[in-house]
Ligand binder design. Structure first.
Ligand code: UT7
Length: 333
């Protein structure tokens, strides 16, 4: 009988460094409202969004991903040659193949690192962290770069009342590597494909090409159904994550939900009975909903503002199209 050798992994994995990239152009609600017959008050009251960032021509998916990754690597003290895998979570890299991860890896100089994209929409970053943690502990990689990046302004219809004020652009990255102490807890993740149509690209590319007036297939969302699912079901996923990690809500210092809507964040915090002392990420006010980039960007802002500190215990929970979700507890680097 032939036996195979196996490569031992690290005892634990942790996030070693974080980085973010916010596009230069700030877009206040006043620039959005006319095309959707809305008001600054309505948008702030229903979503908590005051402004967002839209990428300029030079701020491509690749450029933003590379910029956020460089900061994360510098903060982690990791050279490009030490990165074994590059995972990019995105739904807005508009070249279907090859992966943007391959181009990002090459520009960063991590070749011949394995590089691939994952499609889990707004839940993509937490899916990537779960994969990276397992790779590091399983011996498949020592350092994994996880990047969440979106240019949703390319695939958002500026006249769609249900989405035009929500979606935005940006990138966030984390270096995941070996650790003596647990730094990334077990993931609780899943999907509900019965609700596949609630957030989706409006039409298939083949239908776009066959149409008399081909145009970009924008995102569409049944907002109130998604809102209800997120506000009620995700609080249960948060509790299941704490249970699986073997800690209680009292052990949490920082709560970083996907930045979808300030009212969803508040509803989740209420259902979870989050203690008042817990710092809650509210990056959506200035950043809008950047899908796969929202959690690393929100974490990055909390660190920059001094609201969160290295060593804090943070609960991350991401949810979106699929419907897909993923949550885990992490130590902030
Ligand atoms: O990132 C992936 C996950 N995404 C989410 O979790 C997003 C979840 N959904 C949401 O955040 C919210 O559903 C929205 C912010 C998108 C919408 O807020 P809502 O409170 O669910 O609004 P609604 O669609 O129920 O509409 C309420 C009212 C309606 O008027 P009536 O029928 O009450 O007279 C709409 O016509 O608001 C009206 N409305 C608007 N008014 C001004 C809808 N869109 C707009 C608008 N501006 N843009």
């Amino acid at each position: 009988m032939t036996s195979f050798s196996s490569v031992p992994g690290a005892p634990h994995a942790a996030i070693l460094g974080l980085g973010g990239y916010r596009p230069r152009r700030v877009v206040p609600n006043s620039e959005i409202v006319d095309a959707i017959d809305s008001t600054d008050e309505w948008i702030q009251q229903r979503s908590g969004i005051k402004e967002r960032r839209f990428a300029s021509d030079d701020e491509t998916v690749q450029m933003m991903a590379v910029a956020s990754a460089r900061t994360a690597m510098e903060r982690a003290g990791i050279e490009a040659a030490q990165v074994d895998v590059v995972v990019v979570a995105t739904v807005s890299h508009l070249l279907q193949t090859p992966s943007v991860a391959a181009a990002v890896a090459h520009e960063l100089g991590t070749d011949p690192a394995a590089a691939f994209d994952i499609s889990a929409a707004c839940a993509g970053f937490c899916h990537g962290i779960a994969l990276a943690s397992d790779m590091v502990r399983g011996g498949t990689a020592k350092h994994v770069l996880v990047i969440g990046v979106e240019r949703l302004s390319d695939i958002t219809d500026p006249t769609d009342r249900g989405t035009a004020f929500i979606f935005a652009d940006g990138a966030g990255a984390a270096v995941v590597g070996p650790s003596d102490e647990p730094g990334i807890g077990p993931v609780v993740w899943g999907s509900d494909g019965e609700q596949f149509d609630l957030i989706r690209q409006r039409e298939d590319w083949r239908d776009v090409v066959a149409s008399d007036e081909p145009r970009m297939p924008h995102l569409v969302m049944q907002g109130s159904e998604v809102f209800r699912w997120a506000a009620f079901e995700m609080a249960k996923v948060a509790q299941a994550t704490l249970d699986r990690t073997g800690i209680s809500i009292d052990d949490i210092d920082v709560f970083v939900p996907h930045q979808a809507n300030m009212r969803i964040t508040d509803a989740m915090a209420r259902s979870m009975r989050l203690p008042d002392r817990v710092v809650v990420a509210r990056d959506i006010a200035e950043q809008g909903n950047t899908s796969a980039a929202s959690i690393p960007l929100a974490l990055d802002r909390l660190l920059e503002d001094g609201q969160a500190r290295s060593g804090d215990t943070a609960l991350l929970i991401a949810f979106g199209a699929g419907l897909a979700y993923a949550a885990q507890v992490v130590k902030i680097p």
